[in-house]
Design a protein around this ligand. Structure first.
Ligand SMILES: Cc1ncc(COP(=O)(O)O)c(C=O)c1O
Length: 508
């Protein structure tokens, strides 16, 4: 389907009217099917980032499209004031998923709060943990997080995102978040001594995604849940990126790590790209909330629930856990065999690959676009792969075959970018010089203007002076003439002032 606007028109409008919070790639994507997306000129790309891990079933999966279409024709949104179809069904499916592979003692109904994004899901988890601590435990409010974490961009979730570079510009952030280094058992044990009775929860991504796919040791996670429980605090697993089979075998990554959280947050992969997120908690924790404690206008809307139900139904019925495990292993092995790749991390289809210093990941992404692949860089030398969970060996092979060429082309991209940056710097310097010259010229003109004004003032002053002298002389002359005239009744009047002398003149 051709876009009615040209690429230039689209980018100009976007750049002019949309806030510059993302540096966009120079492509306008208009269609998608399965692993592929198509741009406005008909060029296709194999998608290895899937809307940052959201499009679990690939683009426009028929089950999801049908579910959304049917729901859109029936009812789109009515709010959380009312019961609707599917919301409870989705929540039960998620509860069942959370109970998989969990020791019987911890198995329980889990209750979900539906939101629209990962950040909102985490906001809910933070509020719930603090409320639960007030009602049921120490009353502590501190949330312990890990350095390098990413929990969202709202103020509270940014405070939980222990990356100073992201936080500093927005200080002051809400207090009550303490970061410790990941996988450091001593720091983990000490934190409970440092803040006795003050910790409400520990919040952890089982695999840190945004910072470059860094898995947290299962032993560390196990110790963290144990210590949290022993100290009357909760353990929150942020599964926004890792959830719903992204990491293979089980629906959530905490199950791969064999731990049992009290609260789990999710978003991204739950509804194949329909904005949906949520916070689920074991029933005894979830029931700390009462009506009015938390809410969302859109969360859990009819359309989102239709998309989530179709996605989760398909994922669980078609044994995606197994598939993702196999594809993930295959992909990781192939990546590691590449000469340019120095390390591969992750689980299932959440894979991070470090590349040699000579290659820069952002330019690899650019070169990938030229070669027909959507890739993602999380650092100067780190690529992150989050393909749709339907990715096949053939798709992976295509990318692996293309990658050596893409790495080489990335060097040329870097040279071009350096040239473009130099040209831009020269243009900026020329513009600055032109501005400064104009400024000087303006200053010169201003000085000339001041001179002219001063000269005029002087001239006007002397003219005024001369005029004044003349007027004064004329007045004096008139006055003296009037005083020498014969004395009669009119002379008294004329002595009173000019008006009378003027009337005398009229009388002439
Ligand atoms: C682990 C994790 N938590 C939270 C978020 C925030 O999610 P959202 O961008 O939907 O607010 C992200 C987003 O990348 C994430 O990866």
């Amino acid at each position: 389907m051709a876009n009615a606007m040209s690429f230039e028109e689209v980018t100009k409008l976007d750049d002019t009217f949309v806030m510059p919070t993302f540096k966009r790639k120079p492509v306008c994507l208009v269609e998608g099917k399965g692993m592929e997306v198509t741009d406005d000129e008909g060029k296709t790309y194999l998608d290895f980032i899937a809307g940052i891990g959201c499009d679990s079933l690939g683009h426009c999966h028929p089950a999801v499209v049908n579910a959304i279409t049917e729901q859109a024709q029936k009812l789109i949104h009515v709010s959380n004031y009312y019961y609707i179809e599917k919301r409870g069904e989705v929540a039960k499916l998620i509860s069942d998923m959370a109970n998989e592979c969990v020791p019987r003692f911890f198995r329980a109904p889990w209750k979900t709060f539906f939101a629209n994004s990962g950040a909102e899901a985490n906001e809910c988890a933070i509020k719930l943990a603090r409320l639960w601590a007030k009602k049921e435990s120490s009353g502590g409010h501190i949330i312990v997080v890990l350095e390098g974490s990413f929990h969202g961009r709202t103020l509270a979730t940014l405070a939980a995102t222990a990356q100073p570079a992201k936080q500093e510009k927005f200080a002051p952030l809400p207090e009550g978040f303490v970061a410790i280094p990941p996988n450091d058992m001593d720091a983990l044990r000490n934190i409970w001594w440092e803040y006795p009775g003050q910790i409400a929860a520990m919040m952890v991504e089982p695999i840190q995604g945004e910072s470059g796919v860094h898995p947290i040791d299962p032993d560390y996670l196990f110790e963290a849940t144990k210590l949290a429980r022993r100290n009357g605090a909760l353990f929150i697993a942020d599964e926004v990126q890792t959830g719903f089979y992204r990491c293979g075998t089980w629906p959530f990554e905490f199950q791969n790590a064999a731990i049992t959280p009290d609260i789990i947050t999710f978003a991204k992969g739950v509804a194949s790209g329909m904005p949906t997120g949520g916070c689920i908690a074991r029933i005894e924790v979830a029931d700390a909330f009462e009506p009015g404690d938390h809410g969302s206008t859109f969360g859990g809307s009819n359309l989102a629930m239709a998309a989530a139900l179709a996605t989760l139904d398909t994922l669980s019925k078609e044994n995606f856990g197994q598939r993702v495990e196999e594809m993930g292993d295959y992909f990781a092995e192939k990546l590691l065999a590449l000469d340019a790749v120095t390390d591969v991390r992750g689980s299932g289809l959440m894979i991070g690959a470090d590349i040699k210093e000579e290659f820069k990941a952002p330019f690899v992404v650019e070169a990938g676009l030229d070669a027909g692949f959507l890739l993602n860089a999380t650092g100067d030398h780190t690529l992150r792969f989050l393909p749709p969970l339907i990715v096949t060996q053939a798709d992976i092979d295509k990318l692996i075959e293309a990658l050596p060429g893409i790495f080489e082309a990335s060097k040329q991209k870097e040279v071009e970018a350096a040239k473009a940056a130099q040209k831009a710097a020269e243009e900026a310097a020329a513009a600055q010089k032109e501005y400064e010259d104009l400024l000087k010229e303006a200053e010169g003109l201003n000085a000339d203007f001041k001179d002219v004004m001063n000269m005029l003032k002087e001239k006007v002053g002397s003219v005024e002076g001369k005029l004044g002298d003349k007027l004064q002389a004329a007045a004096v002359e008139k006055l003296s003439g009037a005083q020498s005239a014969p004395s009669d009744p009119a002379s008294d009047a004329s002595a009173e002032g000019t008006k009378n002398s003027d009337s005398a003149k009229d009388a002439e």
